[in-house]
Design a protein around this ligand. Structure first.
Ligand code: PGA
Length: 254
């Protein structure tokens, strides 16, 4: 993921959310390994905490990165149920999602906490994948770009050096798990606004992913847009054939 600093290489990350089992993960990863080895696009999967060790072992020697779906902003101590960035880094985790809309809405995470998690992740050498996105009500009220700007503000305030080592994921909440994908033009409009903010900070090369009902059938048109550098994929990441199709579409758009 350090490639984000220089190259805007296409990147496809699977977000398994709270899905999987030892058996299901094993067969999914076995199916993905041959497809992703040598792929043009960079590929990663974000697994639930208990399966990270299984994923690490299964992916040893493969090109597929693996990461977590959340991390504590704290270093250690009396934070029952939390997992620190150092713990994730200790056994080879490369990236972590921060600020997924399900964390923001179900766990009341603020944009300031998201920025603190990104800092904690970077402190342990992990790449934070910072997720932002507006709700349907916000979009319909014409607030999309203002919401994204406000969500990004505490993250961008960390400065160019920090942000250069991050990945941003734009995930409109109304498109997540709904089957209702943003049109390529809707997504591009927001990605261009995010890119402008990154450029103003001096880090235009940061990868900006789109997420929200990405499937093999719509990936190519999304990835063809100028400021979309790949996808953060939920439901379709659990289906090896669909995910492989998305990885392939990203490679063709590269
Ligand atoms: P989805 O989820 O692809 O199932 O819409 C995307 C995400 O929440 O990261």
């Amino acid at each position: 993921m350090s490639a984000s600093i220089a190259s805007r290489r296409k990147l496809v990350l699977g977000n398994w959310k709270m899905n999987g089992s030892l058996a299901a993960n094993a067969s999914l990863l076995e199916a993905l390994k041959p497809v992703c080895t040598g792929a043009v696009a960079q590929v990663g999967v974000a697994a639930p905490f208990p399966y990270l060790s299984q994923v690490q072992l299964a992916l040893a020697g493969s090109d597929i990165l693996w990461g977590a779906q959340d991390v504590s902003a704290q270093a250690s101590g009396a934070f029952t149920g939390e997992v620190s960035a150092a713990m994730l880094a200790e056994f080879g985790c490369r990236f972590v999602l921060v600020g997924h809309s399900e964390r923001r809405s179900l766990h009341a995470e603020t944009s300031e906490q998201v920025a603190a998690k990104a800092t904690a992740a970077q402190g342990a050498g992990l790449t934070p994948v910072v997720c932002v996105g507006e709700s349907l009500a916000e979009r319909e009220a014409g607030q999309t770009l203002a919401v994204i700007e406000a969500q990004l503000a505490p993250v961008l305030a960390l400065g160019a050096q920090a942000v250069a080592g991050m990945v941003i994921a734009y995930e409109p909440v109304w498109a997540i798990g709904t089957g209702r994908t943003a049109s390529p033009e809707q997504a591009q409009e927001v990605h261009a606004a995010i890119r402008a903010q990154l450029a103003a900070l001096g880090v235009p090369q940061v990868q900006v992913l789109y997420g929200g009902s990405v499937k093999s059938s719509n990936a190519a048109s999304l990835f063809a847009m100028a400021d979309i550098d790949g996808g953060l994929v939920g439901g379709a990441a659990l289906d090896a054939k669909d995910f492989a199709g998305i990885v392939e579409a990203a490679g063709q758009a590269a």
